[in-house]
Ligand binder design. Structure first.
Ligand code: SF4
Length: 214
């Protein structure tokens, strides 16, 4: 919680996740794998312009058409396959209804999302938190790096270990978990980069006495 307080005091609300609809948030969560958000935005704009940003379009248009539209997001053939896999899953399991999908319990829905090809724990948790407004903590590479450098974890924990650890330490508050993930991403991009920039970092006072563990 102290991490959250320090980051929030420094940077305030981050207004995540950018997305007009729940489907758009889910599409963004899949497209953002291994790329930055600016590229995802270009891909989403293309999908919108070409009227491909609907469940019907994702189900019916050929994979190659979707791949061309999302080219700016990189790995576009693979990601087109993943978008179609999610659309088929939604249609098959919930009759195409996001409302029905999000009426599942969190553990049940998480398990089902993880069965979709190309949806791993980070993407599933992003979907649950940002599109489903479920109180889950999203672990990403930035979070792991910050925690390791401060000596809060060993560094070889699995995704599920880290998620459980953070989940226990934090309140089940959707808005707080939303902000915390966004703030940690900002921290990773501005200070806790491959080479840490500790002077002036909001978490500088929480460092071990000898500095970051590398
Ligand atoms: S103080 Fe240093 S190690 Fe800690 S989060 Fe900031 S940049 Fe990373």
């Amino acid at each position: 919680m102290e991490v959250f307080r320090k980051l929030f005091q420094t940077w305030g609300p981050q207004h995540w996740w950018p997305g007009r609809t729940r489907l758009e948030i889910i599409v963004g969560a899949i497209l953002t794998q291994n790329t930055n958000w600016a590229n995802v935005e270009k891909a989403i704009t293309n999908l919108r312009r070409k009227r491909l940003l609907s469940l019907h379009a994702l189900l019916t248009f050929p994979e190659s058409t979707i791949a061309q539209a999302i080219r700016p997001a990189g790995y576009y053939n693979q990601k087109a396959k993943r978008l179609k896999a999610f659309a088929s899953f939604l249609e098959r399991t919930y009759g195409g209804s996001l409302r029905r999908m999000f009426s599942d319990t969190t553990p049940q829905l998480r398990q089902r999302l993880l069965s979709v090809p190309g949806i791993g724990p980070e993407t599933a948790d992003s979907i649950l938190l940002y599109a489903g407004r479920r109180p889950v903590f999203v672990v990403d590479a930035y979070t792991r790096r910050v925690m390791q450098r401060h000596g809060w974890i060993r560094g070889n924990e699995t995704y599920e270990d880290l998620a459980a650890l953070c989940q226990q330490a934090l309140p089940a508050d959707v808005q707080l978990l939303n902000e915390l993930h966004a703030l940690l991403v900002r921290l990773g991009k501005t200070h806790c980069r491959t080479r840490p920039r500790c002077p002036g970092c909001p978490l500088e006072k929480l460092l071990p006495p000898d500095g970051p563990l590398m």
